[in-house]
Design a protein. Structure first.
Lengths: 318, 309
């Protein structure tokens, strides 16, 4: 029976061939067969620039980055100057977003707050991606009991929610600086990167080109760094982009709980939680920093989505 | 099946030990003396201090403390909290409230999330799909506490149909608004997961077969598309139950609900390490158990999945 299942190639035996879809000859001639095929990233970049979601989110992110770098372009007011005699003013010509209960200019604080959020989001993303990427890549590449141990460690950290772990450490450290917030978020936020990296590395390492480079005598570190990681990094980059937004939200949540940045820091999270007591009297204290935060996080999530679709050939065709 | 459950329960043990050890080390080691935290600003007599140190095993090595703590968890005798009430009683008093809150949130995110996801996935690219997607993105990008403030502002202050602060022994009705807020972000994730999954399954061969043999649209959607698309969604909801209990810290604080989150937060700020560790242990156990339930649900959704012995 097994021999019958194999395709037979006996002489003079006829077999039926399914009709092919006809491709016009001009199209075949037009195909450029000499140029090198585009890489995954070039292909993705090509489709990204035509995707309105990508263009909009990229422009928004550029704008946020510009605000974070040069907030003084948008406002001449000092975000740390509180003038109680002008507290709780509605939006007007002097203070376009109004003033807070402490007499701060809400517009100045909204623009200057971008810097804090962007720095925390970016470096926490960098830190967690480095930790998670290394652990995930080693677990996936080495495998065996080593993978088992690293995966269980990942499970342990995964079981402790990000904000919860951050609160426990943050309270214990007392007053947190920008960098301790970043460190705490990185230490508790790397697990999803590690899981995705591990999965991607496991599926990449069974590819033919990896086997052949091992056969050619390449050392394990060089195979991992030159062949496996570059081909497994795409989903990690997508996750990291979305994580950046998640970290900005987490920082705001910590500030809301009173265990984040010190009270004199200019941050959206701190301003939003200060707005709680003024919900009735000065809603614009809540409105502007919330909108700024939501738009920033939204643009990073949309960017991640767009890049994911562009890297997935199945999704791209549709 | 029994074997599978047993094996999974055994696999939980190292994760459980590791998570409690981490929290234990964090709560006890990262600076700060819990006895001084208990005493507050007042000076404390050496005799009392010595007695308290022995009561909380603080005179032992930290690993011995951890082992003693594990023993106390296994014997359900968690000791007395800083306010003099047994820790077990305090948790038992706060737990039902948070459980109710989490149940409301899970029901909200499952029912609304799956319905919206099905609508969105079956009409991919249409106006309703785009609208729902934008709504989900907005919900994901808004921190839960901002959502809570907005809900308080709109439903509490403007419309006046829901209390702004919930208070002690809340009823299910009073917990409805906080529950919606808690489940808001997860609703968005469930919607997006369902949508992707549904859109993928809707073009599968077996769906075309089901339509071709004359099933009604509703039958095709509910029995052939939905059931085959639910696995990633169920995975997320299960993992989310544990996260929701942790996320309750924020929601309970916004609405002043005396639950696990409030208890946890107050014990964290007062440096009450035994309470912190107990609560985090509880959350980790809930997280692990809900993940196990999810894995068992896989077999129900997809009869092809078999559990290895």
């Amino acid at each position: 029976m097994p021999s019958d299942a194999l395709p037979t190639r006996r002489p003079r035996s006829e077999h039926w061939v399914a009709p092919l879809d006809e491709t016009p000859l001009q199209a075949v001639d037009a195909a450029d067969t000499t140029s090198t095929p585009r890489s995954l990233w070039a292909e993705a970049g090509h489709s990204l620039v035509r995707n309105p979601v990508f263009v909009i989110s990229a422009l928004l992110i550029l704008f946020v980055l510009f605000v974070a770098a040069f907030p003084q372009v948008f406002t001449s007011q000092d975000p740390r100057y509180g003038n109680l005699s002008i507290a709780n003013q509605p939006p007007g010509s002097e203070h376009p977003f109004g003033t807070s209960r402490q007499g701060y200019d809400i517009m100045a604080r909204t623009f200057w707050g971008a810097r804090t959020s962007v720095i925390i989001g970016f470096f926490a993303m960098l830190g967690s991606t480095l930790i998670g990427g290394m652990i995930g890549a080693l677990a996936g590449y080495v495998g065996g009991w080593f993978d088992e141990v690293l995966s269980r460690i990942t499970d342990v950290f995964f079981a402790v929610p990000l904000v919860l772990g951050a609160i426990v450490v943050a309270t214990r450290l007392g007053e947190m600086s920008l960098w301790t917030v970043i460190a705490v978020l990185s230490v508790f936020g790397w697990t999803n990167v590690a899981r995705i990296m591990r999965g991607a590395v496991i599926s990449t390492k069974s590819q033919d080109y990896v086997t052949s480079s091992i056969a050619l005598g390449a050392s394990s570190p060089s195979v991992l760094l030159r062949h496996v990681i570059p081909n497994a990094i795409a989903p990690v980059i997508v996750t990291a982009t979305v994580n950046l937004g998640v970290f900005i939200v987490a920082e705001a949540t910590l500030s809301f709980l009173g265990v984040g940045l010190p009270a004199n820091a200019v941050s959206w999270g701190g301003d939003i939680s200060a707005a709680r007591d003024a919900l009735r009297t000065q809603p614009s204290m809540l409105f502007y920093p919330s909108v700024a935060l939501a738009v920033t996080v939204l643009s990073f999530i949309m960017l991640g989505d767009a890049v994911r679709d562009a890297l997935d050939p199945k999704a791209r065709k549709r | 099946m029994i074997w599978y459950i047993g094996r999974r329960l055994l696999q939980m043990i190292p994760v459980f030990l590791g998570a409690t050890l981490i929290v234990y080390l964090m709560a006890f080691y990262t600076s700060g003396d819990p006895i001084l935290a208990l005493a507050g600003d007042k000076p404390i007599s050496p005799a009392v201090e010595q007695q308290l140190r022995e009561q909380y095993n603080l005179d032992q090595h930290v690993l011995v403390q951890w082992l003693l703590y594990l023993k106390s968890v296994l014997t359900f005798d968690l000791g007395v909290g800083f306010n003099g009430r047994p820790i077990w009683d305090q948790i038992a008093a706060a737990f039902p409230t948070t459980m109710r809150l989490a149940i409301i949130a899970v029901v909200v995110e499952s029912i609304f999330g799956i319905i919206a996801g099905v609508i969105s996935g079956l009409r991919k690219g249409k106006l309703i799909d785009t609208t729902l997607l934008m709504l989900s993105l907005l919900l994901i990008a808004t921190p839960t506490f901002v959502l809570g403030f907005l809900a308080q502002f709109v439903f509490g202050l403007q419309l006046g149909i829901s209390p702004i602060n919930v208070g002690r022994d809340p009823s299910w009705v009073n917990l409805l608004l906080p529950g919606f807020v808690l489940g808001g972000v997860s609703f968005a994730y469930v919607l997006r997961l369902t949508r992707t999954s549904i859109a993928e399954t809707a073009t599968a061969d077996h769906v075309r077969t089901a339509t071709a043999k004359g099933l009604t649209r509703g039958g095709v959607v509910s029995r052939h598309i939905l059931r085959n698309s639910l696995i990633p969604v169920v995975t997320f909801i299960g993992a989310d139950l544990g996260a929701l209990m942790g996320g309750a810290i924020v929601t309970e604080r916004v609405f002043n609900i005396p639950g696990i989150g409030t208890l946890l937060f107050s014990s964290i700020t007062s440096g009450e390490a035994p309470m912190i560790v107990s609560l985090v242990t509880l959350l980790v156990i809930i997280f692990l158990l809900s993940n196990l339930v999810v894995d068992l649900l896989y077999g129900l959704l997809d009869p092809r999945i078999r559990y290895a012995k």
